[in-house]
Structures are given as structure tokens and as C-alpha cells.
Design a protein around this ligand. Structure first.
Ligand SMILES: *[C@@H]1O[C@H](CO)[C@@H](O)[C@H](O)[C@H]1NC(C)=O
Ligand SMILES: *[C@@H]1O[C@H](CO)[C@@H](O)[C@H](O)[C@H]1NC(C)=O
Ligand SMILES: *[C@@H]1O[C@H](CO)[C@@H](O)[C@H](O)[C@H]1NC(C)=O
Ligand SMILES: *[C@@H]1O[C@H](CO)[C@@H](O)[C@H](O)[C@H]1NC(C)=O
Length: 419
């Protein structure tokens, strides 16, 4: 009797197991991109320590590549994010025949027709990518981008790379002007001011652009160091080859990019003395300095590092990108330069307290992030992907960022012929 019951239970268990197994195997592999799940709040003590792991997750392998771009071959591409009607900053670049322009729309953006009609300029140099185009061009990639996120620009960068870009002007629709630097002769030199001596993990270039403030720093700079004058040491004259520069960042002469703590506590907007001429300032090798997505010129050698993480806030994304890129720049001898102020930023929305909230990760984590990057042991096999994994395990970025960067690297290597 007992034996029979036992066998019956075993048979039932077997069927249960078999049916579960079959059910699971016919379910589609649905563990793909999810909406960013809110990260659990991490105590400050945990930041920078490696104490979470990535579960192995199989990834969909397909990369769509539709060549709608072949007609737009162009060496100089400007990339801008657009939710609403075109601004003067966009119009001026659209009129500049040295540049092609890709306008990246978002979910709920203005339509292409309304945008281009308002712009009043059409032609092959101007490309408007609405969300449907983006999904066709980079389908599994766009699924990783939350709506109303600056990470939409990633699509624009890849589009530019796919269509002949040698220079990418990464700009914000409120930033007027363009850094038109002739890089065709990479052996040409440019005069720079650079640190005379000493060493510091951070470099703050803002104090050199005379503003009437005792203390000024770029958005993204760790608050612990804003009063530390050794982050803005004495500068000496020097020169570097154009070909060594990966990023030229322009500081805006009206309303330079500062964080909400600055705007809450100081006279704002601020101006940079327009009467003075300023040189290029070289960020010292092995020092870190945040740079933005507002007025930034990227050369081809640094394109891989343009990825804007999509799982962190838009106001944090470009800052994290800048620090991550600099780790690779330091290894590869690529220079980061601040250009003279030629850009004019027109007024932004007065949402200072919201910006303050949005920038919380910068205030809480940027110093630990730099400490981590500084001590990071770079191997011959270090890639952007495994750096992201490490950053995830230390609570700097989210799991979505890890998935995103794999897709980015894959799209980058497929779509962009590395020479
Ligand atoms: C850039 O410089 C090269 C040589 O250095 C020159 O041939 C070319 O005309 C310049 N381009 C522009 C747009 O000034
Ligand atoms: C800075 O302050 C000086 C002296 O107070 C003043 O003359 C100058 O106009 C100010 N510059 C700006 C850009 O506000
Ligand atoms: C660049 O700097 C080196 C030494 O620092 C100097 O010998 C050279 O003349 C400079 N070149 C130019 C074009 O200024
Ligand atoms: C990279 O190489 C080092 C040794 O050269 C090894 O310890 C490490 O595990 C490797 N990392 C990866 C991600 O392959």
C-alpha cells in the first residue's frame, strides 16, 4: 500500500515537473529590457564597494541595420535632442553648410513636419529621427532608453558615425555657437595652458575664466573639492597636436554649466568676461574634470566613449560618461581640452530644486567614482563592458546601463568601420 502511494506521488511529481519544464521552454525569453526599476536606496557606506553581482542573462542577438543613411555621408555631424520647436541655436547650425545635423526626437516629441516647417530649412544635411525611425535603425538598442531621457542622443551619435562622421558636435538646443576647429591636419599644434607641476586627482578649469565669484566649479565636480584651490593650480604655456585631442569642451560665456547647489547659493546667471581672450586649457593627464553634453566636440578616436548611460538621471548621465571616458583617455594618451568660451547659453527653465534632486547622485557618488577610477587596474582586456559591470557592482550605475553598453558596443562595431 505504502509503496503504491509512493509510486503515485513520484509519477505525479514527474508530470508536474515535465509540464512546468515545457511551459517554461515555450515562454519567450522575456528577460529583455525592462523599464528601469527604481534602484533600492543604497547607504553611502556601500557606494564604491563591490557587493552586488550580475545574474547571467541571455541577450537577444539581433542587430538591425537599415541603411537609410547612405545618402547623408558627411564628415561633420552635429547632434541635438529635441522635444519641442527648434531654437535659434539649432537654426544657426542648420544654416552652417560645413555641418550636417541630426535631430533626435523622443516619445511625445513634436512631429518631424512641424519641426522642419518651424525650422524653415530642409535638405539632405538635416536629418530628423523620430522614435519610429530610431526603432528601425537600432531596434533592440532603443528599447533600453527611457522616455524623456538625454540617452536618446546615443541614437544620433551612432547615426552620425554610420554616415561618415569624423567630428561630432554634441550640443544642447539652448547652446548657441559651434566649435569649428580644422582637424584635417592632425599634426598641427594648438597652444594650451597646462598645469606647471604637481598632481591632483581633480582639475577645475572654471576659475581660469574670470567670473566674479570666489569659487566656481562645473556641474559634476565633487562638492568635497569645490573650495580646494589646488584643483586649479598655476598654469604654464605649452602646445599639443590637434590629433591628440579626443574632446574639446566649450564653456558657455553666458550661464556656464553649473550645478544646482551653485545656482541656489550664488548670483545666477553669471557671465564670463567677454572682453578677455582665453586660451585652450589642457586637462592634465590622470586628473579628472567633468564635461557635459551641451557644447562638446568629439573626434573620431573617442567616439566609442560617447555612450550616455541610460539608467541614471539625465543630469548625471553626461557626467558619468565624462568620467568613464577619461579613464580610457588616460590609458590611450587622448587629451581633453577646454576651449575658449564661444558658446552662449540662453536661459534654461528655472527648476533649480528639481535639478538639485536630479543631481543627487553627483553629490553623493562623484568623489567615490573618481577614487574608484583612479585606482582601477587597467588590463589589456579591459573593455567598456567590463568596466560598466564593475561600476554596476559598486552601485554607480544600474543593470539597464550594463545591458545598454553591450548593445552600444555591438552597434558601434557593426555600424562604424574602425580604421
Ligand atoms: C583645413 O586645413 C587643411 C590643411 O591644413 C586645408 O587644406 C583645408 O582647406 C582646411 N579646411 C577648412 C574648412 O578650413
Ligand atoms: C565683475 O566685478 C567688477 C567689479 O565689481 C565689475 O566692474 C565687472 O563689471 C564685473 N563683471 C561681470 C562680468 O559681472
Ligand atoms: C611646442 O612646445 C615645444 C616645447 O614645449 C616647443 O619646442 C615648440 O616650439 C612648440 N611649438 C609651437 C608650434 O609652438
Ligand atoms: C583580464 O586579464 C587579467 C590578467 O591579465 C585577468 O586577471 C582578468 O580576469 C581578465 N579579465 C577579464 C574580464 O577577462
Amino acid at each position: 500500500m505504502f509503496k503504491i502511494v509512493c509510486i503515485n506521488i513520484m509519477v505525479a511529481a514527474f508530470f508536474l515537473w515535465a509540464s512546468l519544464y515545457m511551459l517554461l521552454s515555450i515562454l519567450p525569453s522575456c528577460y529583455e529590457w525592462q523599464e528601469s526599476t527604481p534602484e533600492q536606496d543604497v547607504s553611502n557606506a556601500n557606494i564604491g564597494q563591490r557587493n552586488r553581482k550580475i545574474d547571467t542573462i541571455s541577450m537577444q542577438e539581433s542587430i538591425n541595420r537599415v541603411n537609410i543613411g547612405q545618402h547623408y555621408m558627411c564628415k561633420h555631424w552635429a547632434v541635438v535632442y529635441a522635444m519641442s520647436y527648434p531654437t535659434n541655436a539649432v537654426r544657426r547650425i542648420a544654416l552652417n553648410s560645413n555641418w550636417c545635423l541630426v535631430i533626435v526626437a523622443d516619445i511625445g516629441s513634436i512631429s518631424m513636419d512641424a519641426y522642419l516647417t518651424a525650422l524653415g530649412i530642409r535638405g539632405r544635411r538635416i536629418v530628423f529621427l523620430n522614435v519610429e525611425d530610431q526603432d528601425i535603425l537600432f531596434s533592440d538598442f532603443t528599447a533600453a532608453i527611457p522616455s524623456r531621457h538625454i540617452g536618446r542622443k546615443n541614437v544620433g551619435y551612432l547615426f552620425a558615425m554610420q554616415n561618415g562622421a569624423e567630428l561630432i558636435w554634441d550640443f544642447d538646443y539652448n547652446n548657441q555657437g559651434i566649435l569649428d576647429i580644422n582637424i584635417s591636419n592632425t599634426r598641427n599644434t594648438i597652444d594650451v595652458l597646462q598645469r606647471c607641476s604637481g598632481q591632483h586627482k581633480l582639475f577645475n578649469p572654471y576659475p581660469y575664466f574670470s567670473v566674479n565669484e570666489t569659487c566656481i566649479w562645473p556641474r559634476g565636480f565633487p562638492l568635497e573639492f569645490v573650495r580646494d584651490t589646488s584643483t586649479s593650480p598655476e598654469l604654464c604655456k605649452g602646445n599639443i597636436s590637434v590629433g591628440s585631442v579626443g574632446v574639446f569642451q566649450s564653456i558657455a560665456k553666458t550661464e556656464p554649466d553649473v550645478d544646482a547647489t551653485f545656482r541656489l547659493t550664488r548670483e545666477y546667471p553669471i557671465m564670463i568676461e567677454a572682453t578677455q581672450t582665453f586660451p585652450f586649457i589642457l586637462i592634465p593627464r590622470h586628473s579628472y574634470c567633468p564635461f557635459s553634453e551641451r557644447a562638446t566636440l568629439w573626434t573620431k578616436q573617442s567616439f566609442l566613449y560617447m555612450a550616455l548611460p541610460t539608467g541614471v538621471n539625465s543630469r548625471v548621465s553626461d557626467i558619468w560618461r565624462s568620467y568613464i571616458a577619461q579613464l580610457f583617455f588616460h590609458q590611450k594618451g587622448i587629451n581633453l581640452v577646454f576651449s575658449p568660451p564661444i558658446i552662449e547659453q540662453t536661459s534654461r527653465d528655472e527648476t533649480i530644486l528639481e535639478d538639485f534632486q536630479a543631481e543627487m547622485d553627483i553629490y553623493k557618488k562623484s568623489n567615490s567614482l573618481i577614487d574608484f577610477l583612479q585606482t582601477f587596474r587597467f588590463h589589456h582586456n579591459t573593455t567598456l563592458e567590463n568596466l560598466y559591470e564593475d561600476l554596476y557592482s559598486r552601485y554607480f550605475i544600474t543593470l539597464n546601463d550594463v545591458y545598454f553598453i553591450r548593445k552600444w558596443v555591438k552597434s558601434y562595431s557593426k555600424n562604424f568601420i574602425v580604421d
